[in-house]
Design a protein around this ligand. Sequence first.
Ligand code: UN1
Length: 513
Amino acid sequence: TTSFGIEEALEQLGVEEVNYGTSTGTKWMPGGETISSYSPVDGKLIGKVTTTTREEYEQMMSTALEAFKAWRVMPAPQRGEVVRQFGEELRRLKEPLGKLVSYEMGKSYQEGLGEVQEMIDICDFAVGLSRQLHGLTMHSERPGHRMYEQYHPLGVVGIISAFNFPVAVWSWNTALAWICGDVCVWKPSEKAPLCGIACQKIAAKVFAENNLPEGISCLINGDYKVGEFMTTDKRVPLISATGSTRMGKIVGRTVGERLGKSLLELGGNNAIIVTPDADIKMTVIGAVFGAVGTCGQRCTSTRRLIIHESIYDKVKDALVAAYGQLSIGNPLDENNHVGPLIDKDAVAMYENALRKVVEEGGNLVVEGGVLEGEGYESGCYVKPAIAEAQNDFEIVQHETFAPVLYLLKYSGDVENAIDIQNGVAQGLSSAIMTNNLREAERFLSHAGSDCGIANVNIGTSGAEIGGAFGGEKDTGGGRESGSDAWKIYMRRQTNTINYTTELPLAQGIKFDL
Ligand code: UN1
């Protein structure tokens, strides 16, 4: 038997040993091949999920298109009420779902709970938003005319999510898409398919209790080939995809080819600038959590520290001391800070990064290594590492999804640090640690950070759902969750109404008959 109450959690969530992987809600289809999900925590098989066949995809899609007709005409606040109930179910199942996230993905139980909390938060946000899908009104240039704009539901939204946030990213998309009147089809990562099964069951129960049709929440499973069913499908006006830049370029190209919309959340290469005026204690906490939290597998993980030369040694020594305190092991054991990487491929990429940084002339100040022996049987546990490096090293330019932190030194003005920070292909998250107002404002200015997220005296990870989440350049340009990110899930319509008996033309054009 598995420890830490995993079996009980799976039972509460309705996750079986073998699960059908294709669903329109309460109905499930048998599928083709099977995906086995092994836990990186102890290497054990958790369960299996069947993949979606082409025929099943077609069946699922016709159910989704039918459901859209009913869902889009339901008043948005009523859709909000359904999302409110979904949030309530998530509150009820927060512990088992957080546990499954931790066990299937490997992040700490606290972070698993945090992820479910993000789901609850976005539901609350969406409920309020369901009464605020505002358009603007404009004054017409023509007498007796009125102009306004409306946001209408878009249709079927395809969601492709990554293993690292196996439940939250789906909810950021679905909670908004649902209140906007869209129906959703989700393909979770093949590395965390059971999280998908659990979430689908939670959603399906709520939709069924409200006597809503099948097809508002759909699930498909499989590798990129199943993803392609959606990306090439003209009936799916929006694809929201989270993952690597490599994947995003393929998805963006495929969806663009048919002039669909895509919302891309891709790689980051996030840095914290540490200026001479930084609070060192705060810097260390922010940097260590950012670099080793989720074992360095967040898009927002801290990859680079850009430290002023005058405090470089002090920061380095404090980091080395902090890394010495980290305990690595079973993430369900709350005494551990760092859990495993997702799988052995990730371990190989981590080892490659350490080898490459040394080859390129870097210096390891905290040596890494793969852990072996009792408690580390899965082969996925590694030691977080720190390397002194240069920003132009090939490996530093590259996002390695592992706990490897690069220390970069700058001298002179904060502008030099900003140049280094912006000197990578990715543009997701960034931060500055300083008590100097001028430095902070320069970092946030037009000439400052080029990222979608720029923080002052906070690390790069742990964004709240209330802000728009996403980034520029190779990060893909998409924005999810808060602020007005909802607009991408709707189609905008401009309406002009004439309430006179004349038909004046715009731009003063005369056309007399
Ligand atoms: C991700 O890594 O894909 O800001 C999302 C954070 C989380 C979300 C990360 N709220 O770290």
